[in-house]
Design a protein around this ligand. Sequence first.
Ligand code: NAD
Ligand code: ZN
Length: 358
Amino acid sequence: IKVRTKPAYEIEIRGGLLTDLAQDLKDRGYGDRYFLITDSNVRQLMAEDLLEMLREAGLPVEILSFPAGEASKNMATVVELARKMVQAGADRRSAIVAFGGGVTGDIAGFLASIYMRGIAYIQIPTTLLAQVDSSVGGKTGVDLPEGKNLLGTFYQPRRVYIDYAVLGLLPLREIRQGLAEVVKYGMIKSQRLFKYLERHSGEIMQLEPEPLEHIIAESCRIKAWVVSKDEKEAGLRRILNFGHTLGHAFEAASAWRLPHGEAVAVGMVAAAKISEKRGLISPEITHRLENLLTSLGLPVRLALELPVSEVLTYLRSDKKARSQWPVFVLVRDIGETVFDPEVPEAMVKEVAEELGCR
Ligand code: NAD
Ligand code: ZN
């Protein structure tokens, strides 16, 4: 799949592609040395094996890791990795390989974008979320205590390698976080993908290769199309926020106890309900969304009782938006979005309460 950003790059999706990685990197020659960046879990589960395989093939490669988890996504980790690279003699011709979930991709991509003013990097995402979302599009960055992803860059990888065979080791709960984003792509852009998910949810939950490859490819195609049209998030790219406006607010109001995908699942139901109240869709669409999410093991109501006042406070204080009130991404059908800057606060409150806020 081609991502037509500047510069453009390709996403390759294939089960078992990691076995041919050494040869491919040699042929493509992204750097004369490679730095495999990963987290502590992935290092133990599979990065050491990958390292050995790459070295046996004669590729000059070092491995660097940091403790797994969102708590590592900060400047201290970036500085520590950068210093280790300098000490190991990495220069402008070195390339970074981000091997892990979204946290690894965001940290490693950010480091690549600033290390000696920018070096090449490639993405090898190993969570479903990273495969369908964070590895594509070139957003990199780290968190501050004041909020998530507040420091970062737009910096495109040279190539994205997606091997869905690695998902076999991923806990089912993590798989579901990625599936929420796949449902989102169906809702915003593809009636066909949505119907495919409705028909194949069982096989997807069993991680059967064929449907897995299909939904990953369709998701990447949609994300690639959106970011090609709007690389720096000036307009269209905001459709990717479907379900995320309230989803992020739910995450924040739960003090990040609610996992992202689950918050987004309920956030999408909220967006559908708001779309209904704005006269854009019939309740039947919301029901289909709820049924699909349920069949994928995702929630359609909040499992925690979140204070509605905190949800609304968060919505009014979006650190990255200029306005005091968010532009909601709504739908007028499955696969067709509408931006609505004028959703009344009372309507949002009502919907949040219907979904379990108090
Ligand atoms: P993550 O990277 O922390 O991975 C989740 C857990 O799974 C980690 O413990 C990791 O070690 C483990 N893991 C990874 N691959 C595995 C595998 N194959 N088998 C077993 N365990 C494995 O989290 P995530 O959910 O992948 O990503 C979340 C991050 O992505 C957030 O920081 C978010 O801000 C970011 N994100 C970025 C973008 C973007 O456009 N850059 C988009 C969406 C999300
Ligand atoms: Zn998301």
